[in-house]
Design a protein. Structure first.
Length: 196
C-alpha cells in the first residue's frame, strides 16, 4: 500500500477472518482457498505465472530462492533486536525456543543467534504442531521430510507440511532439538501467557 502496489494475498483454508479483514483493510485482495498451506503456495505460483505477478513468499524451492533469502535475512532482524536488548541488560541466553512452519523464520533467527553465541553455547529448540511436523520429522531423518493432508492445528501459521530447504539447512546444522507437540501444549502456553 505504501509503495502504491497492488497485492493479492492467498491464504489456506481455516485462515481466521480477523486476518482476512486486516489484509482487506490494507487495500489488498485476499483469497482464502480450500487447500492446505503448501497447496495454496503452489496455486499462488500458478496464478502468478499466468498473470505475470511477482511472488513474495518465505518458503523456497528450486528456482525460487532469492526472495525467501531476503525474507529470512529480515527475520534475523528479530534476533538482532533481541540480542541488543539482552546485551543492554547484561544477559546471555542459554536456550532459545523457536516456532517452525516451513522453517524460514526459525532458520533466519537461529542462523543469526548461533553466529553471535555459537551453537555450542546455545541450546536451540525448534517447536511445531504434531499435525504439521515436517521440521521435526526432517530432524529425525536428517533430511527433508514432507507432511501432507489437512494439518489442522490451533497454531495459526504453522500448519505447513514442506520445509523451506534454505531454512532446513540452518536448522539441520544448528538446532539442538526438535519438538512436535499437541495443540493442548500450545493452548496451555497461551493461557499461562495471558495470565502469568
Amino acid at each position: 500500500q505504501q509503495l502504491g502496489q497492488n497485492a493479492v494475498i492467498y491464504m489456506p483454508k481455516g485462515s481466521a477472518q480477523e486476518r482476512v479483514d486486516a489484509i482487506l483493510n490494507l487495500g489488498a485482495e485476499c483469497i482464502v482457498t480450500d487447500m492446505n498451506y503448501d497447496d495454496t503456495v503452489r496455486l499462488t505460483m500458478q496464478h502468478a505465472q499466468q498473470h505475470g505477478w511477482e511472488v513474495v513468499q518465505d518458503t523456497a524451492w528450486e528456482g525460487y530462492t532469492k526472495i525467501p533469502t531476503w525474507i529470512m535475512q529480515g527475520y534475523a532482524t528479530l534476533a538482532d533486536e533481541a540480542v541488543e536488548q539482552m546485551r543492554e541488560m547484561g544477559v546471555t541466553p542459554t536456550h532459545v525456543l523457536l516456532q517452525a512452519g516451513v522453517g524460514a523464520m526459525a532458520g533466519g533467527v537461529l542462523g543469526y543467534l548461533v553466529d553471535v553465541y555459537s551453537p555450542q553455547n546455545l541450546h536451540s529448540i525448534i517447536v511445531e504442531p504434531d499435525k504439521a511436523d515436517c521440521i521435526y520429522r526432517s530432524g529425525v531423518k536428517g533430511d527433508i521430510v514432507n507432511v501432507g493432508g489437512d494439518m489442522a492445528t490451533i497454531m495459526a501459521g504453522l500448519a505447513c507440511g514442506e520445509p523451506n530447504p534454505l531454512g532446513w539447512e540452518i536448522l539441520r546444522n544448528c538446532a539442538t532439538q526438535f519438538i512436535s507437540c499437541q495443540d493442548s501444549v500450545a493452548a496451555l502456553g497461551m493461557r499461562v501467557l495471558g495470565n502469568p
